[in-house]
Design a protein around this ligand. Sequence first.
Ligand SMILES: [Zn+2]
Ligand SMILES: [Zn+2]
Length: 378
Amino acid sequence: MNNTMRWDAARYVNEASFVPEMAASLVEVLAPQSGESVLDLGCGDGALTARIAAAGATVLGVDSSAEQLALAHARGLSVARQDAHALPYNARFHAVFSNAALHWMREPARVIEGVARALKPGGRFVAEMGGAGNIGAIVTALESGLRARGIDPAPLNPWYFPTPAAYARLLEDAGLVLRSLQYFERPTPFARDVGDWLSLMAVPFLAAVADPAKLVDEVRATAGRCGRLATGLRALALRRREARLMLTGGCLCGAVRYAVTVALQDVYFCHCAQCRKAQGSAYAASVPTPRAAFRLLEGEAQIKSFRASPHKRRWFCGECGSPIYSEVDEAPMLRLRAGSLDDSGTLTPVAHIFTDARPAWDEILDELPRYPGREPGR
Ligand SMILES: [Zn+2]
Ligand SMILES: [Zn+2]
């Protein structure tokens, strides 16, 4: 909301009560759940914030207007005065909700960046705002009235009404994944007269001219008879779930536990004679893992190592015998045993190595690359 605008809060309830009324179903799209935390961005007087709270969610309403926040506070809602262009929240909310507020925010990229950051990974953004062409006849009449008086209307226009394509790009640039975007028309009568509406909503235009009453007459003559053709956007987008940066694993008996703090990906199947013996199986499934990202959490007393070759140690649990990893002295990468990870769903098989060492019964049935010795580049 433009800081130069002062809301006559009581009048806003009368003249603009259509705003929360028409948006009842946006709360249904949000579908707030008990126990969720929700940010209501541009909460105004809190009419919809209260409905979100009634669903059992913990909701914080933020707005730049102290007058509106006083009304929301009077409803017993949790509110904070906050510039939407500088949201201070980090992965705090399951959902960010915004109705009829985003089109008052003239630097939308900053707003959306703050929204994306405020969401927990996987959290949702549910919003409705004016779209391209919204109240177009009125804006055109206001702008030509100002130009006729020698005033450039562009810096006075308090509204941002994007096209669906522009808004989709904005959301995606901020790292949100668009799930749906509706662009709709909603013919809306004025509660009383266009003049009442203008004196509430178009303050920057009227304040810029010496004869505001005459400007209102001009707008009424050209655009005010037929009500407002409102054009809106309704968006649902999600914050990406980041690759999990904390993987854990351990041995069969649970004595040895470790954590890995990078995303792991590649799995190599080693068919060498040492791996066969060490695993008691056809091959070892190993994941190259930066040494610095591996941390032993438990089992310092239980974990044991064996040198089958002079420069390489194989680590395993001394209690249950589970192989954990192998390491070449001084090498930056460990070879974590893939089967010791608790959740290895992100791993991808890459290649078979030392395939020349296979016994006859070890038949490879997939199409992965096969190398007779080490993989190239190692
Ligand atoms: Zn063990
Ligand atoms: Zn091997």
